[in-house]
Design a protein around this ligand. Structure first.
Ligand code: GTP
Ligand code: MG
Length: 236
């Protein structure tokens, strides 16, 4: 806030004759730029919070069970252009309030796990935390999309403590296995390069791959569970 006031004052000092019109436009522009920076800052902080929560869970699990459930974590902030495009698609004026109330995926956290049961363990451990509020859950593993896409999606909100205020900020969390991520990454590349919706054969083969991958995921999980039942060899 102080930053904005200071910059406005600087503008006042540097403008000459006929300044009112120019000044008005410049102030609007400055307001929107600073507002945007503040808006994005909140989402960037939400990403940090959620990222740390998953890192903590991974560390705890590693110590307790000598196995790390998380293979990698990827985060992304929606770009200004994508935010404006999505608001235009929704037909809603892109004010700060409208953006905050209508977009759930400005902050994105993708967690890649080893096994299917790790996905649910992590989702439960996250949503049980008393500062996390679960807004929406989409289980595309139990109910895959018609094209074969699998992943667990959570929309959550997390409180962010700033110097003088606290704000609940929403984020989209996608949790999937390495195998599901492999399929989704390649499908995304293929889909965005060409008009796949016009190639029925490609759609069917991609779906076949997704189902095969799901079968492999299931088998790998069964193997691990069997190994868990076998007693560990005493170390030398
Ligand atoms: P958006 O408006 O795209 O945010 O979709 P939505 O609100 O219907 O959400 P949904 O949970 O279905 O999907 C959100 C995100 O999941 C997308 O932005 C992708 O990252 C991922 N996703 C969903 N469906 C697919 C798919 O068929 N293929 C791939 N590769 N990714 C997908
Ligand atoms: Mg999205």
């Amino acid at each position: 806030m102080e930053d904005r006031e200071q910059k406005k004052n600087e503008l006042w000092l540097t403008q000459g004759a006929g300044r009112d019109l120019i000044l008005g436009q410049a102030m609007d522009l400055l307001d929107s730029v600073l507002d945007y920076k503040e808006l994005i800052m909140g989402y960037a902080c939400a990403i940090k919070e959620i990222n740390t929560k998953f890192e903590v869970l991974d560390t705890e699990f590693g110590v307790r069970y000598k196995r790390n459930p998380i293979s990698s974590i990827h985060t992304r902030l929606k770009s200004q252009t994508s935010i404006l495009e999505k608001m235009a698609r929704l037909g809603i004026p892109p004010t700060r309030e409208n953006i905050e109330n209508n977009l759930n995926d400005i902050a994105g956290v993708r967690v890649i796990c080893a096994y299917i049961d790790d996905i649910y363990m992590l989702a439960d451990a996250l949503t049980r935390q008393d500062d996390i509020r679960l807004i929406k859950k989409k289980d595309y593993i139990k109910n895959p999309k018609p094209n074969g896409y699998r992943s667990l999606h959570l929309i959550v909100s997390v409180p962010i403590f700033f110097a003088e205020s606290k704000k609940e900020i929403r984020a989209e969390v996608q949790i999937r296995t390495i195998a599901m991520d492999f399929w989704a990454s390649l499908e995304h590349q293929i889909k965005y390069k060409k008009h796949v919706d016009q190639a029925e054969d490609v759609i069917a083969r991609l779906k076949e791959c997704a189902d095969e991958i799901a079968h492999v995921d299931q088998t790998m999980q069964e193997i691990r569970m069997e190994m868990d039942r076998i007693k560990e060899k005493p170390s030398d």
